[in-house]
Design a protein around this ligand. Structure first.
Ligand code: S0N
Length: 292
């Protein structure tokens, strides 16, 4: 009798990560940045509990820097995006620094919140990003978890958009990607009514991958990261690009193209082209194994 136990998933540890804190090293003030070298996992967390982890321009720019660090670190294979504390993952844009023409905390030359750039960066990141959501994921915070590749939610999680109530909206992934996830009718409901949904409701509409008791959020998320780390990073990166390509048009194809080029450079055929040019001789592509 075949059994699901044969994939050994049940044997993977769900203990919390052994985190090494790198926050001070990079001078982050609105986020924490930690690594679990044993697990090959980076943990990026918004750390503004006084405003339920709302983000301001400084926060977004630190998130972008941390994503870059995790992407470029060869020891990292999976990235957790979360919020410090258990009350909120993120409550969206910080309404207190919303000036006349946009978000302005004095850190940018003009009022601007580069959160759409962060979304694009997350989509382009070749490594999987897993959102671990405890408490409120609201407004731009809800979009952050949607743009992540996977979401593990605690049973106290609350999801929703408030834009139409507070005078904002996301016409990017926050609309189109949401509709791909939950369908057009549900996406219109989420935006037009701007009401909140429980973790179970989010699971039922495919917004999250799994709901666990709050105390197990970190362990379950680490278990998913550990399983991912057992799998081929190139396969995962190409699959992420392929799953994005359908939605991202030319930009999505370019992501796949980048993967294809990198793999080609590693092939004998690719190297033959380089070697022939440097040796000033005709290339013998058909003589190398990968051409056959
Ligand atoms: C999360 C909620 C429901 C929790 O309610 P609760 O438990 O009653 O707590 P509060 O008393 O409301 O909050 C405690 C303290 O935290 C402050 N606070 C909470 N959220 C924010 C926030 N987003 N900004 C600033 N402060 C916040 C409260 O003010 C309170 O402070 P004190 O104790 O001093 O009174 C509830 O808090 C809630 O509904 N929060 C607001 C949710 C919201 O509307 N978020 C903004 C939605 N809009 C966006 O996120 C825009 C996104 C965005 O910027 C964007 C996205 C894509 C493309 C472009 C853009 C762009 O605009 O550039």
């Amino acid at each position: 009798q075949p059994t699901t136990a044969s994939d050994n998933y049940h044997l993977i540890s769900d203990t919390p990560g052994q985190w090494v804190d790198h926050t001070a090293k990079y001078g982050f003030q609105d986020i924490t940045y930690k690594l679990s070298p044993e697990d090959g996992t980076a943990r990026i967390a918004i750390n503004r509990p006084e405003v339920h982890n709302a983000f301001r321009p400084i926060t977004v720019n630190e998130l972008r820097k941390a994503m870059d660090l995790a992407q470029d670190d060869p020891t990292v294979g999976a990235i957790i995006l979360t919020g410090e504390g258990t009350y909120a993952f993120c409550s969206g844009g910080d309404q207190a620094v919303r000036g006349e023409g946009g978000y302005d905390d004095g850190s940018e030359p003009v009022p601007r919140l580069r959160v759409l750039d962060l979304h694009v960066q997350m989509r382009r990141c070749p490594k999987p990003i897993i959102a671990a959501v405890a408490g409120y994921a609201i407004g731009g915070g809800h979009i952050l978890h949607m743009v992540a590749d996977l979401t593990i939610a605690a049973d106290n999680a609350v999801f929703g958009q408030t834009g139409p109530r507070v005078g904002s909206f996301d016409a990017g992934y926050g609309s189109s990607h949401m509709a791909r996830i939950v369908g057009q009718k549900k996406a219109r409901e989420i935006w037009f009514l701007s009401r909140f949904y429980s973790a179970q409701e989010a699971l039922d509409m495919g917004l999250v991958n799994k709901v666990v008791p709050l105390a197990q959020l970190e362990g379950e998320t680490m278990k998913w990261c550990r399983r991912i780390m057992e799998n081929s990073p190139t396969a995962i990166s190409c699959l992420k690009a392929a799953l994005n390509a359908d939605e991202d048009g030319q930009a999505g194809s370019m992501q796949l193209a980048g993967n294809a080029t990198r793999l080609f450079y590693l092939s004998e055929e690719g190297k033959e082209g380089r070697d022939a040019f440097l040796a000033k001789r005709p290339a013998r592509f058909r003589a190398v194994p990968t051409s056959k």
